[in-house]
Design a protein around this ligand. Structure first.
Ligand SMILES: CC(C)(COP(=O)(O)OP(=O)(O)OC[C@H]1O[C@@H](n2cnc3c(N)ncnc32)[C@H](O)[C@@H]1OP(=O)(O)O)[C@@H](O)C(=O)NCCC(=O)NCCS
Length: 148
């Protein structure tokens, strides 16, 4: 399943804001409107709409990390209508590819609510490893990008 990350624009802004996770997942990720608002405060933040073909299916938010060479995947969500089809995995890989290509990232860091087993399974199988850190109650994982 292939996805494309596209800018959030005047055209797709409302649709991105209207994307929703399942009700029981609401505690796992902030609403997309907040992610977009954060880009006003943090100029380095990159919000991206996730498309499968021409269908808008999700949202990611990327941000440079504090450590040299590190990038953060601040948000990842796939709308409830499109979950379980491999799109979350594809969006994750597209986000990693983006920061490697555009920012020469050497590692990608993220965190998740510890009870979010689905996210944990996805990140583990995608090569992320737990650092042992807890950030505001969330489990921290990092994936190192091989050089070359
Ligand atoms: C987490 C999320 C992005 C995954 O997206 P998705 O499109 O549903 O996931 P995929 O179909 O790509 O599946 C990826 C992996 O998730 C796990 N997974 C998928 N469906 C699952 C289910 N019903 N139960 C448990 N794990 C599941 C599996 O490990 C799967 O790997 P596989 O491809 O080997 O089966 C999505 O469920 C979501 O938006 N959740 C709410 C927001 C959230 O939790 N975001 C992450 C915050 S850090």
């Amino acid at each position: 399943m292939d996805v494309e990350l596209r800018a959030v624009t005047e055209e797709n802004f409302r649709d991105v804001v209207n994307l929703e996770v399942r009700p029981e997942q609401a505690g796992f990720v902030a609403p997309n409107v907040r992610g977009i608002a954060e880009t006003y405060i943090y100029p380095g933040a990159e919000p991206r709409a996730v498309y499968a073909g021409d269908e808008l299916v999700g949202f990611v938010l990327l941000h440079p990390g504090d450590r040299p060479g590190e990038h953060l995947l601040v948000r990842l969500m796939i709308d409830h209508r499109f979950q379980g089809r491999g799109l979350g995995r594809a969006a994750l890989e597209a986000a990693v590819d983006h920061v490697v290509r555009e920012h020469k990232a050497e590692s990608v860091r993220l965190s998740f609510v510890p009870s979010n087993e689905r996210a944990r399974a996805l990140y583990l199988s995608a090569g992320f490893v737990e650092t042992g850190e807890v950030d505001e109650g969330e489990t921290v994982m990092v994936r190192a990008i091989p050089k070359g």
